[in-house]
Ligand binder design. Structure first.
Ligand code: TRP
Length: 337
């Protein structure tokens, strides 16, 4: 039986961290067995707000691919490719743009929140940025993805994508585009080590998959716990305590966690005991990933994304052919291959 197609992507604006591991990489390692999986390094999307600092995006492409391979994404099962090298994607985007009203793109809650976070100067939000959800619809439909494993913040993108699919198929009387479903990860988003909403590279509050053992330890010992838990004998708060949030996400001994939580809330359990445990858990998890990462050769990584991109391009080319055929503008490109 033909496997269903899954597609996801990451903007390469930094190395990947433990939040990515919990929220999406773990999922992808499992999904690659049951789906035909495409993983896109979304450099073109990252450029929609890094146009003046392309180096940051370019340098991180290879880092992100190294992170993928190091955690166990297998290039034989997953096609890893670079978005900017597939001109069929912006070409599809240009046709989809005609199907989406300006007010519709301005209404996207994720884009609105991102604009607020980025402190763009007034009236200086790049058009490419506001429109990236349309190009994301091109990413998804180009590969006829049925499943898009993402976090909740990406739901508005998939909703827009499906609106475009329905409108396209209706207007051009075709069924060449497929609707996609979000596949939400079961685990919740990992908070930053400072207790801020989200672990993120820009807030500098994340533990990276490539961090050294010393840096991991330093970050664990700097984690936000309960500012009112001063003496070991004081009762401590579990809720909002980053160490417990990480143990919940990463440590399989659920009974042990439950008893630590109850001990901590009663008082008598110090932060250092918890932090030592979490440090152990993280060191065990990250050591093999880091070792694999540093054993990877740059040429091999380049070869992986080169061949992945070739394969992805031929799939996108076929979809673009179908799209142009449906619109009626396939003047010269008659070969369906
Ligand atoms: N916008 C996604 C993010 O920030 C990245 C992305 C780009 C993506 N294209 C995609 C995700 C297509 C899923 C499908 O995480």
């Amino acid at each position: 039986m033909k496997k269903k197609i899954a597609l996801t992507g990451d903007r390469p604006t930094g190395r990947l961290h433990i939040g990515h591991y919990v929220g999406s990489l773990k999922n992808r390692i499992e999904l690659q067995h049951s789906f035909e999986q495409y993983i896109m390094v979304a450099d073109a999307q990252a450029l929609t707000d890094y146009s003046e600092n392309p180096k940051k995006v370019i340098d991180n492409i290879i880092e992100v691919i190294a992170d993928y391979i190091a955690v166990g994404i297998d290039q034989e099962m997953s096609t890893i490719f670079i978005q900017s090298q597939i001109p069929e994607l912006p070409e599809l985007t240009s046709y989809y743009m005609n199907l989406v009203s300006l007010s519709r793109v301005e209404r996207n809650p994720t884009v609105k929140a991102e604009i607020a976070l980025r402190n763009f100067e007034k009236n200086s939000v790049p058009t490419g940025f506001v429109c990236y959800p349309i190009s994301q619809a091109a990413d998804i439909t180009a590969f006829k993805a049925e499943i898009v494993p993402v976090g909740e913040d990406q739901l508005p993108m998939i909703e827009l994508c499906n609106e475009i699919v329905r409108k396209f198929n209706r207007i051009y009387k075709t069924n060449c585009l497929k609707e996609a479903k979000a596949y939400l990860s079961k685990s919740t988003r990992l908070v930053g080590i400072d207790g801020k909403a989200k672990a993120s590279k820009s807030l500098n509050n994340a533990i990276f998959l490539s961090d050294s053992p010393e840096v991991i330890k330093e970050k664990v010992y700097a984690m936000y716990t309960d500012p009112n838990h001063i003496k070991v004998s004081d009762p401590g708060k579990v809720e909002g305590n980053v160490v417990f949030a990480y143990l919940d996400a990463l440590y399989d001994e659920k009974e042990e966690i439950a008893s630590l939580k109850s001990g901590y809330s009663k008082g008598g359990l110090g932060d250092m005991v918890l932090k030592a445990l979490l440090n152990d858990v993280l060191q065990k998890l990250l050591r093999p990933i880091r070792e694999k990462r540093f054993s990877l050769k740059k040429e091999d990584l380049l070869e992986i994304c080169f061949s992945g991109t070739q394969k992805a391009k031929s799939v996108a080319r076929r979809t673009l052919f179908d799209v142009k055929e449906a619109i009626g503008i396939n003047f010269f490109d008659k070969i369906h291959q």
